[in-house]
Design a protein. Sequence first.
Lengths: 296, 424
Amino acid sequence: MIPPKAYIAAFSDSSELKPELISSLIPNAGIRRRMNRLTRSAIAVGLQALSNSGLSQVDAIITASGLGLLEESEKFLRTLIENNEQYLNPTPFIYSTFNTVGAQLAMLLKNHGYNMTYTHRNHSFESALIDALSLLQTPQTNSVLLGAFDILTPSSEQILRRLGSFRHDRIPFEGASFFVLTNKPSSKTWGEIYLPQILSLPKEPSTPKELLTLNPSISPDSSLPPLITWNGQVLSSSEMDIQVKKKYPVSPTLSAYALWNTLYSAHGSYPSQVCLIYTQYPGMPSTLIPIRFLQS
Amino acid sequence: MNIAITGIGIISHAGINIETTRSVLHCHDSLPPLNPPTLFKTSLNVPVGEVPLNNEELRRTLPPRSDFTLPIPCSRTALLGIHAALQALTDAFTTNEKGLPSLPQIPIGIISGSTVGGMDLSEQFYSKFMEAPSAADLNLIRGHDCADSTQLIARYCGLTGLTSTLSTACSSSANAILLAARLIEQGQADILLAGGCDALCRFTLNGFASLKLLDPAPCRPFAADRAGLNLGEGAAYLVLQSTRSIESALRKDIFPVHSPYGYFIGGANRNDAFHQTASSEEGTGPLMAMTEAIQMAKLTPDKIDYINAHGTGTRNNDMSESNAIASLFSKNSQGIPPFSSTKPLTGHTLGAAGAIEAVLSLLMMQEGILFPNLNMTTPDPLLPAAPLKIKSTLPITHILSNSFGFGGNDTSLIFSSNSSHDTA
């Protein structure tokens, strides 16, 4: 089996999305009004990524979310309990399904292609990436819009805090990131992306050097040693203790942000170099997403 | 594509295992009708397809594991999932003295679909959380996410391969089968457990009630007087295996427990791109999904012997689906193939429906019977095609099974009694 790989044609993230852009990306005010802030922002980021790619359409839309559209689920549940199952507005229920963002993107783009949504806890984006890479091996698929989103509500933040997710000063985090992947390189290509690796290890790696020994099955054709990024920041090759960085942001789809931030901040500086995107999660194994930057 | 199905497991209102479900397909007279919920409190007086075991009974009837105890409380979704998964694995492989599956020495993964995950417990948590946020019992919320059931199934069954959960509303478990088959076809895995699980809860029951989609009487798919769907619950899993893994086992003198139930030979997911909850009248997405699935299976529409319809019983779905079926199959020389919805037996089991109906399709194929579309007195004259009214017995080679979900998510799967190269 040839290890699947794809080409990254575009990327976008909610942290760089100006609020005024949302209304130009989603011109229909009715649609904007029916969506909550996360749904709106995730859809806008998806549309922005597609626009950055120069493509007008993709063959598939694949999304990921660890906890989905919490605002909607909570709103429906609260009214259900408060109204004792009477006079319920179906709108929050309709939009509470995990595939809402993917479905809304399909509707706005009139995209009849493959449409999938993954929700596998802290490995949701990794699951979606596995599907995207597999799908791009099939002859029918040349391009995939791939993205992830997760939101915090006051309740979810409170519950996650009680569950210990923010121990060691870990920071609550939310956002949406989208990418366009293609099966062939183009003038828009930023780099290559490979199958993610789940680090199911008895002990977490504590240094970049240790991480490098876990180098996944990609064969770097350059003599340059792989870089490691942590939430998008390049880790120095010195023996810096990763464990010191316990103060990491917490979101089930953090690796999508980390991938975006790596591409956003490090592209151009490391031509042809392999980069391992290292993401830590509370209570689940860390992951590595290998990419290779474009040749200069 | 040619992926062998070597094990199946099912738990639904229609039966708590393969044998009871198989006998219901032969004779459903003794199956209790769908009744209002008994396992949780609700003011909604509508029929549902409950699994006839409460949580305590579900837990007690599992073979115990010495190295792993299920959390207390454990969501009903996970309990149903573990039951069906263990059935599928013990069916495909052998059972050890503890009643657990003896798995082959290669990593087996799981791809599972769910729509509500542990919502049955989250509802209880949230009532208390609204009163006293810091006092609500955290054990009720730990399993809220859809991946909780997948993780617990993997632990309980001893699965160590790829683990993934997807959630695309009512097509979730059909999509799990689609992904599992593709990963096996591409050599990324040899054996995968694919399916889904969903338990009934107030959240979904009230959700569908607020959309006015629940029929207060037993659902009547494709009937003139159909008035909505009945919800159900359950789980089903299929062991999907590459033919090369079966051959390699044979070379080591490891013989399969039985011959495959059938083969997964093609499938497709397409989007209706029309509305968040409603289907387009002409069934654009369903038509595309069925067409692509048939192409992928290297078949022509006239080779489909039976369609297991999504057939929820809502005005909208059944119109959209039968229009799509008519557009695709009406040019066949022998006309539109027999089709029926099995939802009157099980209720609409949401995320589990695709896998439950895949298992029912495989059992029909094995028994050579086509299960009729129950509860219909008069077919809807406004629809272009009428479903199968009475049970019929005939050899079945190819079954197409439809699963459509919110967000225009349309999936069609094709199962064959022959591996595809035999039929080419």
